[in-house]
Design a protein around this ligand. Sequence first.
Ligand SMILES: Cc1cc2nc3c(=O)[nH]c(=O)nc-3n(C[C@H](O)[C@H](O)[C@H](O)COP(=O)(O)OP(=O)(O)OC[C@H]3O[C@@H](n4cnc5c(N)ncnc54)[C@H](O)[C@@H]3O)c2cc1C
Length: 415
Amino acid sequence: MKKIVIIGNSAAGLSALENFRKHDQESQVTVISKEGKLPYSRVLIPYILRKKISYAGIHICPEDYFEKYHAEMICAEVIGIDIEKQTVKTEQTEYPYDELLIATGSYAVSPPIEGINQEGVFHMWTQSDLDHLIPYFDHSKKVCVIGSGFVALQAAWAARYRGLDVVVLELMDRIMPSVLDEEGARLLTEKIREKGVDLRTGVSTQRFEKMDDGTFKIHLAGGEEIEADFVIVGTGVRSNIGFLKDTDIQTERGILVDSHMRTNIPNIYAAGDVAAGPTTFGDEHLIHALWPTACEMGKTAGKNMAGIDFEYEGSLNMNVTEMYGVTVASMGKFYDADADQTYVFDETAGYGYLKICYKDDKVVGACLVGSSDAVKIFGKMRPIIRKKESIECKPEEIFDYINKTTFNEMWRKGL
Ligand SMILES: Cc1cc2nc3c(=O)[nH]c(=O)nc-3n(C[C@H](O)[C@H](O)[C@H](O)COP(=O)(O)OP(=O)(O)OC[C@H]3O[C@@H](n4cnc5c(N)ncnc54)[C@H](O)[C@@H]3O)c2cc1C
């Protein structure tokens, strides 16, 4: 009987398990995760802080999930892999494998700011972070958020939504470069400020000083000081690959995988945030740290580990969220520099700011700060971008064109 080990019980690990079991009911599967037995979704953390969903709603699987998939769930931290012996090591024991999937995701980074490692300065990345943040959201008046990427601005919005005073400090001169183009960022900045958030760009945070009453004085370059009851740091993530340092598994920012999620070691696969794989646009090794990408990569790994030859078509970045009273979304390549034609809908269309980018007459991406009506098109454009289909209409007619493309036509074209 084959022994399968999956490290990580989140989007990539679970998708792999489910897809593996579609084809293989016999092999022994062990899932190892350092974060508790019952899987949860990080994506839901801001919604719990906003009280849009209950705390218990963070769990994405029923109690009997691992039983249903005939898998043993081990709660432990993996500290190394012995490739020759084919074992996964935890502090307590070793687990032998015939095939291994590494789906360990990423961790939130702490920039080198003095005083960052103390109670009251948090990330918003894990369930444990959420547990620390809840009482602060319930009992504090003011939070300082460091960074202005997707997660940092969701944290700031959750706090503002709950009535806290919020200051956001961003080192760069603009927000969200990996989600919005310059105009989108400018418009969202306006929305954020309209909602009463003190958003400052181009500021360098130097030191977090904890006061006797437990609050913070945040020292900025140039001498200004900001007071806050607690701090949330959202300055990016790194892949969880530290435990691979004594192995020959090839890594850059993440583990390098091919379109089957294979690493350079024959029976070891990687998927999700930890894996740098192929993209729709032909990159060989890129990390798209997104939930759907992790699920797709996990599916690919799971099928291949079960002996099914299944190739990943490549990741396509797509972010969609509601924040500060607007829908913020982007997909694919949405900077002018990556396009040879762009089309921005005018105000009369009623979408807000919606830009579609084309290259060689094919849609390559879009970004939106505006109406939730416009976001419906993103899901429909996704397969078109992936298949590199030409859209035979004027840019301003794209909504009609996509809506008129019937389900049957889409199906016929294999979209
Ligand atoms: C607040 C927040 C909001 C987000 N919002 C969105 C969104 O709106 N849309 C979107 O697409 N994405 C969003 N993301 C990103 C998304 O959550 C990740 O892309 C996704 O969780 C990646 O899944 P994964 O399975 O690769 O890794 P992870 O979810 O990071 O899971 C990694 C797993 O590996 C385990 N693990 C790690 N190291 C070890 C070890 N050494 N030993 C044992 N176990 C280990 C962990 O315990 C965990 O089970 C958000 C993330 C956050 C934090």
